[in-house]
Design a binder for this molecule. Structure first.
Ligand code: F6P
Length: 554
């Protein structure tokens, strides 16, 4: 359905015609605003009150969710319908975190989804415990100290984000590293100081065809063989090499036959299914590095956090459904108020990879120009998500958010209890940190008028320069602490926000054809760079000139 042809869109268009944002006035004239617009979502306290909406606008946005069938689409997704139409697949990441034994059990396309998920989770738990206890050893009998996850996109961004966020939970003596880029620098630097005898590689790839990942996996295998042989730990024969791989390589994939082709015993492989999209896969076996380093209990707590939000979305009415409301607000900003981007600003250093993670989740999902039926969209779709942790961003790009000409809705995320409660001369540093969070959201919402600037003694041209217009929208998300459950809730919140926006826009948020062309062309261009003149001649003039530059400078 074209959302612009719905009655709700007409309502919103009419409201927009006379819409004047006035957060100061709305707060002054409406003592109930904050309470009405603040919601609990599991452990998350979500304050929507500093957004540019009135009750009327919100009501019409909820009508838009009704008119475009958000609840129906969600039910179809949970039931395993093939809502990923271009790939003819179910979309069932929510099944990865259903508690064991939930009734009725979920059967999709003849597959007992619950049983399959439980079986893999059980294997993950068992393997993680073996590594953590030292029962799983390398080829020379030493226990694993470093887990290196080799993957890219959804097979990297989720694990690295969660690992960084939950580092305080990592078992002493264990650590993880993440190799993703095909730039050989990435692997070279990540393994440079590692001991091959205590290193376990996880090759994580849904398809097990991704050029970057397989190339890095081969480089890692060569590194392992060379370093073990140089140390006299293995011989220079095939049997010794196979044995080394068996002790130091495991895999995560939906394509177990390709895992075997690579030389990894499928007994050491952990599967998942085509109904888990790459960017929705951190809670599948793709999280193996997390189960090992954080422990199976923390991993299960993470999954339970996801499930809390899934249940909220399933059971709450649209007008109290937090991911639905946040998705609708984003639609309001993108399609009616002209926002091109959306900032995510964690006031938690541990969440420093969260914006990067969200970039794949949101932009690979909703960066689309055609609807489910192939017809062109009639509105703007996915906005650019970006962000950096506060307070670093304050000293970099906040100027533009405060006083620039663009509207940038921003989500601020913070926790009450820090992992490292340090004091500076008796002052709680976390309190100072959070004072910044509160100051920023306050300044963005309410600004500073020219009269207020003048009242401080400023005169002339400086008055305008020091004036803040305010009415810069923010959502504040706070939680007691950054626990695995809270992190699961946060990630699931954004998964569902992304879903809601996609449904309203009528697009398929679960395919990613836009990354295919570049992959194909890279395969065609590589021979030209390597010296194939026919391949060079087949390139366009600019590409040819760039390749010639490369050849001349190598
Ligand atoms: O970037 C395209 C993509 O297919 C992502 O959707 C996916 O997360 C990533 O590549 C990695 O794919 P794979 O896990 O199959 O190696």
């Amino acid at each position: 359905m074209d959302p612009t042809s719905t009655p709700a869109w007409a309502e919103l268009t009419a409201l927009h015609g006379s819409f004047t944002p006035d957060l100061r006035g709305w707060f002054d004239g409406d003592p109930g605003r904050v309470e009405r617009l603040t919601h609990a979502l599991g452990d998350l306290h979500v304050d929507l009150s500093k957004n540019l909406v009135t009750d009327e606008v919100l009501a019409s946005l909820v009508h838009l969710a009704q008119d475009t069938g958000v609840a129906e689409r969600y039910a179809a997704m949970l039931a395993g319908e093939h809502i990923n139409t271009t790939e003819d697949r179910a979309v069932l990441h929510t099944a990865l975190r259903r508690p064991a034994g939930q009734a009725p059990s979920l059967e999709v396309d003849g597959q007992d989804v619950d049983a399959d998920v439980a079986e893999v989770l059980g294997r993950i738990d068992a393997f993680a415990e073996r590594v953590r206890s030292g029962d799983w050893v390398g080829v020379t009998g030493k226990r694993v100290e470093t887990v290196v996850n080799i993957g890219i996109g959804g097979s990297d961004l989720g694990p690295v984000m969660v690992y960084e966020a939950l580092k305080p939970y990592v078992q002493e003596g264990l650590s993880a590293r993440f190799v993703s880029n095909i730039d050989p620098t990435d692997l070279a630097q990540k393994v440079a100081d590692l001991d091959p005898e205590t290193t376990l590689f996880i090759v994580a790839s849904k398809t097990f065809t991704t050029l970057e990942t397989l190339t890095n996996a081969r480089l890692a295998r060569d590194w392992l063989w060379e370093r073990l042989a140089a140390a006299g730990a293995i011989g220079d024969d095939d049997a010794a090499r196979t044995d080394a791989v068996a002790h130091h390589f495991v895999a995560v994939s939906t394509a177990l036959e390709k895992v075997a082709d690579f030389g990894i015993d499928t007994a050491n492989a952990f599967g998942f299914w085509d109904w888990v999209g790459g960017r929705y896969s951190v809670d599948s076996a793709i999280g193996l590095s997390l189960a090992i380093t954080l422990g199976p209990d923390a991993f299960r707590e993470l999954l339970a956090g996801f499930h809390t939000v899934d249940e909220h979305v399933r059971t709450q009415p649209l007008e109290r459904n937090v991911p639905v409301l946040m998705g609708l607000l984003n639609v309001w900003y993108v399609n009616f108020l002209g926002a091109q981007t959306h900032a995510v600003l964690p006031y938690a250093q541990q969440l420093h990879r969260f914006p990067a993670y969200l970039q794949q989740l949101t932009m690979e999902s909703n960066g689309k120009s055609v609807r489910w039926d192939g017809s062109p969209v009639a509105t703007d779709t996915g906005e650019v998500f970006w962000g950096e942790p506060g307070t670093n961003g304050q000293h970099a790009f906040y100027q533009l958010i405060h006083q620039g000409t663009r509207l940038i809705p921003a989500d601020f995320i913070a926790v009450a209890n820090p992992a490292y409660p340090l004091a500076d001369g008796g002052r709680d540093v976390h309190a100072l940190f959070l004072a910044n969070f509160l100051a920023q959201t306050k300044a963005l919402a309410f600004g500073k008028t020219a009269a207020e600037v003048e009242a401080e003694g400023t005169t002339g041209a400086l008055v305008a320069a020091r004036t803040f217009a305010g009415n810069r929208p923010t959502t504040s998300i706070v939680a007691p602490a950054l626990t695995p459950a809270v992190l699961g809730q946060l990630v699931a919140l954004y998964e569902h926000i992304t879903f809601v926006q996609g449904v309203v826009w009528g697009i398929n948020s679960f395919d990613q054809w836009g990354v295919e062309l570049g992959k194909q062309l890279a395969l065609q261009i590589a021979p030209a760079i390597e010296g194939d003149d026919d391949a060079l001649a087949a390139q366009d003039a600019s590409t040819r000139a760039l390749i010639e530059y490369y050849r001349a400078h190598r």
